[in-house]
Write a protein that binds this ligand. Structure first.
Ligand SMILES: Nc1ncnc2c1ncn2[C@@H]1O[C@H](COP(=O)(O)OP(=O)(O)OP(=O)(O)O)[C@@H](O)[C@H]1O
Length: 658
């Protein structure tokens, strides 16, 4: 059957079923069809191009959903990884049906845009007709909208499955959706999809709950002792005196089941009338004090009303404290070291050792791949040590020409060689007296200088070129390398005795790809760049943060630094969004199509596949006169150039140069 015939038949089915409900169709879908006609005045046969909200509006929706987007990130990405091989895309919409997060195959971007499976699309029932997201919003239940369940004849190739995400007050917060263009005819083929989406929606909802009520006691209940720790089915947030503050969706059902009726969503204090003792037959102390729980941290309780057996675990309130897992701050002088990392286990071990070593009279070898922060570590060691008011002198042994190293390091007496300064020169080693000498890329130091350096370290004195008497120096040397020094020793290119002198203790830095605290590093580098630019207004929005966290960074922190620097230089409106990041960082996290046009794409203006970008279209119309286009679009010329670059639009007169 041709597409047109299928669509005609679909329209007839809808109209017939509304005249005389057959009972065949899903009741939820039928109610939606009726709403589409009676309430929204939609026509199943009318063309329904996707509707995208303008860029600015999308940003407002994303801002409002920012806290959720941040919490949902890991779940949405995990879900995407699971369903991507089956050609599904993942959408997270807000409670109004606007897609605020999207993950899909970059290769199929045009097809996604054409069907509305994209960032910024409006999937409310009012605009899109019966569809998984819109109907889920109306009905507040998980559902699959498969092929001809869709109201619009133009959506009947799609299969979409969505589940609601509720906030702790029972208000609809978001909808999680997976959709595909190609799927088997039978709706039963989507049963598993429905279970997967429900599962992830619940995980996101509970993660949001745990974050929001992290400052309270959270009681997790389950009917199974074995599963309570991992399943945490019912979540109840409690005050110190056992008053109920909030419950997750399952928790609210449990309360209703036990005749603790809850006022409707949106009440300012919906739970305050109830105490956990109204639910469980137990003393407050038994519930809220972890010492009353078993060795497995589980305790059994019976409910008052139905004498049901429930097993509980308790999450204690998170006190205001240093970021998770970091040792409590003992001493303000440790701040430079503590600032290097958050809760990455390898970095935490390294920092604990560094803190112990900072005032010890031994030299330290910092080991790590290029750009893992070896110099930063050396400086932080210096800044947190008693030497902090004395000089920190850094020398890159690989970057200095061999002919200069000797004089630079050791200095020289007046007139000691041709070309020397008449007053002589104090060498870098002597300049570091009392402080720290940082020798970067120590593996690249020529052998002959290694011998002289060894003498400096052994004697704690330096002999400038041409001098007859050595100068006493008090040095702490921190050396760094990305090379295998033991391998160099075997090759005869590094002195073993120098190695032992330098390696009083070693500190190893993990590469960026292995760090568990990438979010912390991103925030920190972003703040530093803002300080450098003298402008702290720009903020890093949740979608950009998600894309940065999802990107498989190699080892070098400099790459992250450069990506942030680029984004800060190109962003507009005081915020960095995903589209401002370098192209390679946003694989999977596609930018909103409207981000490329000043007003966004809306209804009839939506660009179907193959249609020209509005900017390109304007440029052609104005015969590539940038000033005229800038005037028409109300943008500056540099902005036009920047967008052309971002979109890869090249004027015809420059194309031959490519
Ligand atoms: N802990 C950190 N927090 C924030 N930024 C960091 C951190 N560590 C490194 N960086 C940044 O990463 C970049 C590389 O750091 P650094 O120069 O210290 O690394 P390195 O290992 O000495 O590099 P190389 O191997 O090239 O000498 C710098 O831009 C630095 O600001």
């Amino acid at each position: 059957m041709s597409t047109a015939q299928t669509q005609r038949q679909h329209v007839q089915t809808i109209l017939r079923s509304l005249d005389a409900p057959s009972g065949d169709e899903d009741a939820v879908i039928q109610r939606s069809w009726r709403r589409c006609i009676d309430r929204f005045g939609l026509d199943p046969a009318a063309p329904s191009p996707p509707r995208y909200v303008p860029d600015r509006t999308l940003r407002e929706h994303q801002d409002q959903a920012d806290a959720l987007i941040q919490v949902a990130r890991a779940g949405v990405e995990q879900l995407h990884r699971q369903v991507q091989p089956l050609d599904y895309v993942v959408l997270l919409t807000d409670a109004r049906g606007i897609a605020v997060q999207f993950l899909g195959d970059r290769q199929a971007q045009r097809e996604h845009q054409r069907t509305g499976l994209f960032l910024g699309a409006d999937w409310s029932e009012e605009h899109a007709g019966t569809c998984a997201v819109g109907t889920c919003i109306q009905e507040r239940v998980p559902l699959t909208c498969h092929h001809s369940d869709h109201f619009s004849a133009h959506h009947i190739r799609l299969t979409c499955t969505a589940a609601p995400v509720f906030d702790p007050d029972g208000q609809l917060l978001a909808v999680l959706d997976i959709s595909a263009y190609r799927s088997p005819e039978s709706k039963a083929s989507q049963t598993f999809a429905l279970q997967v989406v429900k599962h992830y929606a619940r995980m996101i909802e509970d993660a949001y709950f745990l974050q929001r009520y992290g400052g309270r006691h959270i009681l997790c209940l389950d009917r199974s002792r074995e599963f309570v720790q991992i399943n945490r089915r019912y979540l109840l947030a409690l005050e110190e005196d056992g008053t109920l503050v909030a419950a997750n969706t399952a928790g609210r059902k449990l309360l209703r089941h036990h005749d603790l009726p809850l006022p409707g969503p949106g009440e300012a204090r919906p739970f305050r009338d109830w105490n956990v003792q109204d639910l469980l037959d137990a003393e407050i102390g038994e519930v809220l004090d972890g010492r009353h729980y078993g060795d497995d941290r589980v305790r059994a309780f019976r409910t008052h009303r139905h004498h049901e057996l429930h097993f509980a675990t308790l999450i204690e309130p998170q006190r205001r404290r240093a970021p998770a897992g970091r040792a409590p701050r003992r001493d303000a002088s440790l701040a430079p070291l503590e600032a290097l990392a958050d809760d990455d286990p390898a970095m935490r071990d390294t920092l604990t050792r560094a803190a112990r070593l900072r005032n010890e009279p031994i030299n330290i070898l910092v080991i790590g791949e290029t750009g893992t922060g070896k110099e930063r570590m050396a400086r932080a060691l210096h800044d947190s040590s008693r030497r902090r008011d004395k000089p920190f002198v850094a020398i890159n042994c690989a970057a200095m020409p061999e002919s200069l190293i000797e004089s630079e390091l050791f200095g020289y007496e007046p007139g000691s060689f041709t070309g020397a300064r008449s007053k002589g020169m104090k060498g870098l080693i002597a300049q570091a007296d009392g402080g720290t000498l940082f020798l970067d890329e120590i593996g690249d130091m020529p052998l002959q200088l290694q011998t002289r350096l060894l003498r400096v370290l052994a004697e704690q004195e330096v002999l400038p070129i041409g001098a007859s008497r050595p100068l006493k120096v008090d040095l702490r040397v921190v050396a760094a390398t990305h090379r295998d020094l033991r391998g160099l020793i075997d090759l005869g290119r590094f002195r073993e005795d120098l190695f032992y002198r330098l390696n009083g203790a070693s500190l190893r830095l993990p590469p960026l790809r292995e760090r568990a605290d990438q979010g912390y590093l991103i925030r920190r580098l972003f703040e530093e760049l803002q300080a450098e630019r003298g402008d702290r207004r720009v903020r890093l929005r949740g979608d950009a943060m998600s894309a940065l966290l999802a990107y498989p960074w190699p080892g070098n922190i400099r790459e992250l630094h450069n990506a942030l620097r680029y984004a800060l230089a190109t962003c507009e409106d005081d915020e960095v969004v995903v589209g401002d990041l370098p192209e390679e960082c946003i694989s999977g996290h596609l930018a909103h199509p409207a981000a490329h046009s000043p007003e966004g794409i809306d209804g009839g203006r939506a660009g179907p596949a193959g249609r020209e970008d509005p900017l390109e279209e304007a440029l052609r119309r104005h015969r590539w006169n940038i000033s005229a286009v800038a005037r028409e679009l109300g943008l500056s010329r540099p902005t036009i150039y920047r967008r052309m670059k971002r979109l890869g639009i090249v004027p015809p007169n420059q194309q031959s140069a490519l």
